[in-house]
Design a protein around this ligand. Structure first.
Ligand code: 5GP
Length: 114
């Protein structure tokens, strides 16, 4: 783990402001600062892992909890249709190297991706 705090660690530590929708011992859920859909949340683990590629079997519970948190938040907002995205690596669009699950909803999404 690098010594420098990620943007998300600063939000978790309340050193940067954010719209926090949910928090527990393992994760925080915030609104994306640059939303790509009417609803665009980020589910972020409190423990920094830079990339999905850096996770291991030991992280399965955490990863499942991130997806479960997304499901619960969408249920609470009566959203049946949503997209969950992990970007892994720069070419895949990852810009913040502290894993996060994008939760996008409120509009139609095309497939395949560009
Ligand atoms: P990535 O491109 O790494 O998959 O996603 C990073 C996401 O973090 C982007 O959607 C970006 O808008 C969001 N983001 C970057 N900086 C901040 C910030 O300071 N606050 C919040 N709430 N979101 C941020």
């Amino acid at each position: 783990m690098s010594a420098e705090k990620s943007i998300f660690q600063k939000i978790i530590d309340r050193e940067l402001p954010a719209d926090i929708l949910y928090e527990d011992d393992l994760v925080i859920a915030i609104k994306d600062i640059n939303p790509q859909a009417p609803i665009h949340l980020l589910i972020v683990p409190k423990r920094k892992i830079a990339k999905i590629a850096d996770t291991s079997l030991a992280d399965i519970t955490l990863l499942g909890h991130m997806i479960g948190t997304a499901r619960t938040l969408m249920q609470q907002q009566n959203m049946d249709d949503y997209r969950l995205v992990f970007n892994n690596g720069e070419k895949a669009g990852q810009t913040v190297f502290h894993i996060h699950l994008h939760v996008l909803a409120g509009r139609s999404f095309s497939w395949p991706l560009g």
